[in-house]
Design a protein around this ligand. Structure first.
Ligand SMILES: [Zn+2]
Length: 366
């Protein structure tokens, strides 16, 4: 059975079923319980981005000795993603592609897929973008669920108690769940990249448009249905807010385990800096629907090595199966195509960002 997406899988009944819908059916804490609505429906055709990656991958493998001499640290991997490691074709990096992305997946239209590389200089400052307002009620937090691809922290979205409004959004959106993507090692793991640099992990807070749509499942299928806040994680100081979550992770080590996690305010995971990029994109897990207004925070949050290691101690596999560590659960980059990435901040920040990138680049070089 294909690995589960992040609660967006379509079940036998047809429409996409979200993690919270499944969570409601599961009830409270349970271990080793199977979760309904987990079959991946969107298996079929060949996405151009994936195909291109595979071609690049095969070519890269064959040309490894030449590449090392000729390109050194500038070799590339994963399609358009530039690699500054100088070891793009290493055994570990070749295997960083999750099995979910090694099989052909059909995509609906494929003109606004995610994730993307955010090119700082190509993003356009939009003075009409408003500040994003976030208002979360910690008591709407319900569960943590290991769904076999990531762990989801799920919220009660039956009312407007945890919402975001403003930014690029015309309506207010309700918080449904959040989850992370991360790498086996610190050199990669984020889904989006900034100027082709990637972070060790990325947080996604998933919201749906409850003003226009009656349910999350319907919102998933519509162009303005979802709003996802993306936050990069970088290696640095210990993060107190994240630690509450990290402490709970051993209880959801195996796929299909769910535990109660009933008071948590995820706004502690969102940097206070108001700057963000925004673009029209898609889910990065099946069914890959093009329903997401992405809001990518410019500033990362800092977490320490032990906290990232706790993520990596989770398993893709169920209790009793041969253990497979939950790492590299990110989708490869997708082409920007005819899209503009807008920024809420002016380009005078470029110099600051370049300085930050310089630091980051030093951090990720071996
Ligand atoms: Zn995600």
């Amino acid at each position: 059975m294909p690995l589960s997406p992040l609660g967006f899988a379509s079940g036998a009944a047809g429409g996409a079923q979200g993690a919270m819908a499944a969570g409601g059916a599961r009830g409270r804490a349970g271990r080793g319980r199977s979760v309904p609505g987990r079959a991946v429906a969107a298996i079929g055709g060949v996405p151009s981005g994936s195909l291109r990656f595979r071609v690049v991958f095969v070519w890269c493998r064959a040309m490894l000795p030449l590449l090392r001499r000729a390109l050194g640290a500038a070799a590339s991997w994963r399609g358009t993603r530039r690699c500054s490691l100088g070891a793009c074709c290493s055994y570990r990096l070749r295997n960083a592609l999750h099995p979910l992305w090694q099989s052909p997946l059909s995509i609906p239209g494929g003109s606004r897929q995610s994730p993307i590389n955010i090119q700082w200089r190509d993003s356009v400052y939009d003075p009409f973008l408003k500040p994003l307002k976030i208002s979360y009620d910690p008591t709407t937090c319900l569960h943590i669920w290991n769904n076999g691809y990531s762990f989801l922290v799920e919220f009660d979205d039956s009312t407007d108690r945890s919402i975001i409004v403003g930014g690029p959004l015309e309506n207010q959106y309700r918080l449904k769940q959040f989850h992370f993507h991360w790498g086996a090692i610190n050199e990669w793991g984020s889904e989006h990249t900034v100027d082709s640099k990637f972070y060790p992990a990325e947080l996604h807070l998933v919201h749906w448009n409850a003003v226009v749509y009656p349910s999350f499942e319907e919102a998933v299928m519509e162009g303005n249905g979802l709003a996802v806040i993306g936050v990069f994680l970088k290696l640095g100081a210990h993060h107190e807010g994240l630690q509450t979550l990290v402490d709970a992770l051993p209880a959801v080590k195996h796929k299909d385990t769910v535990i109660e996690f009933d008071v948590f305010d995820p706004s502690c995971l969102i940097p206070s800096c108001p700057d963000y990029w925004t673009y029209a994109g898609s889910l990065t897990t099946p069914p890959l629907t093009e329903s997401v207004t992405w809001i990518i925070k410019k500033k990362p949050i800092e977490v320490d090595e032990n906290q990232l290691e706790a993520f990596r101690m989770l398993l893709f596999t169920s209790d009793g199966e041969e253990e497979k560590r939950m790492v590299d659960n990110f989708r490869p980059l997708q082409p920007l195509m005819n899209r503009t990435v807008r920024s809420s901040f002016q380009s005078s920040h470029v110099l600051n960002m370049e300085a930050q990138h310089s630091d980051h680049a030093q951090q990720i070089r071996p």
